[in-house]
Design a binder for this molecule. Sequence first.
Ligand code: ZN
Ligand code: ZN
Length: 375
Amino acid sequence: MPETLPQPELHEPEFRFGEGRISGALGLFLGVVAFGGVLCFWFPSLLTSPEARALYAAHLGVFRAILETALVGAFFFGALSLAWSKSKKQGCTALLLALAAALMGGAQAKVGVVESRPFYFGVDYFLLELLALSLVFIPLERLFARIPTQKVLRADWWLDMKHFLIGHVGVQLVSFLIALPAHLFFKWAVSPAFQAKVAAQPFWLQVIELLFLIDFINYWIHVAFHKVPWLWKFHAVHHSPEHMDWLAGSRSHLVDTVANRALPYALIFLMGFAPGPLLVYISFVSFQAVFIHANVRWTFPGLRWVIATPEFHHWHHCKDAEGIDTNFAVFLPVYDWLFRTAHMPGYWPKDLGVSGETLPQTYLGQMAYPFKRGA
Ligand SMILES: [Zn+2]
Ligand SMILES: [Zn+2]
């Protein structure tokens, strides 16, 4: 069983709910999911990821049921908020979104024409990830919070949501930039015979190889982003949240995101791992990347030096002098142990964020931050 470490004294974030605002936020959230979902049904070519369309077609009933649930929930919580809350803004917006979704056909909306387009927005990716992650992590963080006073809508959540939104809706651009170096510089080195050998290895071995090889690359990229001053300006954006939760990990500069994934992509491109192990690896790391930022107090006594946990990564995000420039590995603490950068003293860090510099608190300000003179 996970155990709890001693908790430091922390200041409660300033953002607080009033009566009825929880139902307003829930209604608004479900209204956005319902309206966005109906838009995806209407305009699949523009708003959905081409790779996922076959999955949607094969399980249309499931996605209609999700849409129906979100729609009913948006009406219910929107109405509840309208009845309870002094401020009618959230309830009204939730009901308007739900009404618009219902008028456009709701869960029975017709699927628009699917045609090949050069550009698309990953609205489907955004909505489904948002729904899945909030369903898993919000209850988890409420039940097992490291900092119980931290709210779901804590300070700066909206800024992090913008990072999450742009990273997902702009998935085509991000994926293109990540794949670009491999296609530009490493195409000549692709060997089908070598790739066939790699893909013929046992499933579990390929997953382990992916974990060890990619984490080794990411360890050193991460060290470079901390130690090289002009690279740090990009990475400082990821370190700027002062409250950690499942959403905080989304805060990242586009250059940082692309640089961290382009080299691992090139390795996968060259090695030619089989699709099964690749899918297991990607699913695992996608979940883990969110989990290590979560406001969860579990410390996993038997596993804490085997796999990165919230305890391990919260120390990486701390301002406390003892934890600066430690725990660079993304998934395997063994690299920090090997290169003498590991730090898990058995208690949690006190203050999180960037020490000694103040970053802008807007999305565009953060994107521009590394390019500002004297920043
Ligand atoms: Zn870092
Ligand atoms: Zn992080």
